[in-house]
Design a protein around this ligand. Structure first.
Ligand code: NBP
Length: 480
């Protein structure tokens, strides 16, 4: 077997196959391997004409086909299969070679694998890849972690195969060390959950309060897509709402079961956020909203219980309400994204990563699910101030949030009055109000905690930790 391939892909199900084709279409010679060799041969048979492939049946032949330093991409089912493949290939590699895991790994697994392989002199590049099977073939958003050295060798290839933003910039950057790439991909998916839920809540309000049909709401989303909300998710929302079910002639959205699925990365974001103490409340509510939608029995038990009133709106009032909802959707979206970016900052502090937050926005402008025009403004905000604590510290975002105050609050209030659930809108607004508040009831909570658990509290007038002896008359205070 000649050592000609610049990159190899093992795991040739839908994602790996398309990624391998993408590399080949971009002029790279690609070594191919799959546990079940039939997949390898099928790829060559069907798509061999697209570029240069070297098919290998055994792990040894696959490794032998790669030029050094070897770049070996794993695209197998995340979890134990990834470890199994690493166990199979790592002993065949030499110091300086790279194993690139493009699967949906948990970042903690990536940190562990990177550490173990580093001890063997190998580079392990946990890489978030977003964009599904179409993205893998035509250009995904790529989020590699791992060492700077590995990016030097791998980066130019990833830049070639990645999506390109409207300004032509490749949607890939070296995110940071070890698990940083998979972490950022996880947060991308959490933000995606929040964005989708917010859009869903806007749809429900336009349906139930404004009284619009799905086709009319599709037109509203098409209009919004031309403005500051312009994004892939808004665009496909209009498409889905405009779609008519062929079998019944009904609006497609009305024949779909209202129980949302989740694959787990949104859940990982919330679980990890709890560990980090990052308040990603809009993402959490979006995740719980999916869970609640699937609770058939519980929903049946609550069905028919009293709620709000729903007076009909005139066409003029409906148009005014639609404009309010646009403000609420935009403001809530800014908060949800801000929560995601802050979570990345919190993780960077926890794990000692240096992450360019503007670059994260930059590589999400194409290829991935949350690609949106406003990400360019997030990129610019961090480019102007890399230490920005919140997007609301940037003047334009701050002005938009100021403008949204009345319509945002009116939207959430209308929903509450009418009994329409808007958990993500409400969470985003509450997050905003929590963080801008001068005093929070956390002071009272600290008193309660000190009362029942002697947990101590800080004082506003002097430093230190204090405990009040609640059971004693006079309740003396001691410094802990
Ligand atoms: P799957 O996740 O369905 O995995 C199938 C592949 O894993 C096959 O090549 C299979 O080999 C291989 N495999 C398994 Br299963 N166990 C193995 C083992 N013990 N040893 C070696 N190979 C094993 O493939 P996919 O849907 O193409 O996804 C690949 C990765 O990409 C996953 O991590 C997935 O989460 C991720 N993904 C990402 C996106 C995205 O948008 N970013 C979308 C979809 C998937 P076989 O052919 O011999 O059974």
């Amino acid at each position: 077997m000649s050592t000609t391939a610049q990159i190899g892909v093992t795991g040739l199900a839908v994602m790996g196959r398309n990624l391998a084709r993408n590399f080949a279409r971009n002029g790279y010679t690609v070594a191919l391997h799959n546990r079940t060799a039939a997949r390898t041969h099928a790829l060559v048979e069907e798509f061999g004409h697209e570029g240069a492939f070297v098919a290998a049946e055994t792990a040894k032949d696959f490794v032998a086909a790669l030029e050094r330093p070897r770049r070996l991409v794993i695209m197998v089912k995340a979890g134990e299969p990834t470890d199994a493949v690493i166990r199979e290939f790592a002993p065949l590699l030499e110091p300086g070679d790279m194993i690139i895991d493009g699967g949906n790994a948990h970042f903690a697994d990536t940190r562990r694998r990177e550490r173990e392989l580093r001890e063997q002199g190998l580079h392990f590049v946990g890489t978030g890849i977003s964009g599904g099977e179409e993205g893998a073939l035509h250009g995904p958003s790529i989020m590699p972690g791992g060492s700077t050295e590995s990016y030097g060798s791998l980066g130019p290839m990833l830049e070639r195969i990645s999506a390109k933003a409207a300004d032509g910039a490749p949607c890939v950057t070296h995110v940071g060390p070890d698990g940083a790439g998979h972490f950022v991909k996880m947060v991308h998916n959490g933000i995606e959950y929040a964005d989708m839920q917010l859009i869903g809540e806007a749809y429900q309000l336009l349906r139930d309060v404004a009284g619009y049909t799905p086709a009319e709401i599709a037109d509203v989303f098409r209009t919004w897509n031309e403005g500051r909300l312009g994004s892939y998710l808004i665009e496909i929302t209009a498409e889905v709402l405009a779609h008519t079910d062929a079998a019944t002639g009904l609006a497609f959205v009305d024949i779909v079961t209202d129980a949302a699925g989740q694959k787990g990365t949104g859940r990982w974001t919330v679980q990890t956020a709890l560990d980090l103490g990052s308040p990603v409340t809009a993402i959490a509510q979006a995740t719980f909203a999916r869970a609640a939608s699937g609770q058939r029995e519980l929903r049946a038990a609550y069905a028919g219980l009293p709620g709000g009133t729903t007076p009909a709106l005139s066409r003029t009032e409906a148009a005014r309400f639609t404009s309010q909802v646009e403000h609420a959707l935009y403001a809530s979206k800014v908060i949800a994204y801000d929560q995601g970016w802050k979570m990345i900052q919190d993780a960077a502090a926890e794990y000692g990563w240096k992450i360019d937050l503007g670059a994260v926005a930059k590589i999400w402008r194409g290829g991935c699910i949350i690609r949106a025009s406003f990400l360019d403004r997030i990129r610019a905000a961090y480019a102007a101030d890399s230490e920005l604590v919140s997007l609301l510290g940037e003047m334009e975002f701050a002005m938009e949030i100021t403008d949204a105050q009345v319509p945002w609050r009116e939207t959430v209030a209308s929903a509450a009055r009418r009994g329409i659930p808007v958990p993500a809108f409400s969470a985003a607004l509450a997050h905003y109000d929590t963080l801008r508040a001068g005093r929070l009831p956390a002071a009272l909570l600290q008193g309660q905690r000190d009362y029942f658990g002697a947990h101590t509290y800080g004082r506003t007038d002097r430093p230190g930790a204090f405990h009040t002896h609640w059971a004693q008359d006079g309740r003396p205070e001691t410094q802990a």
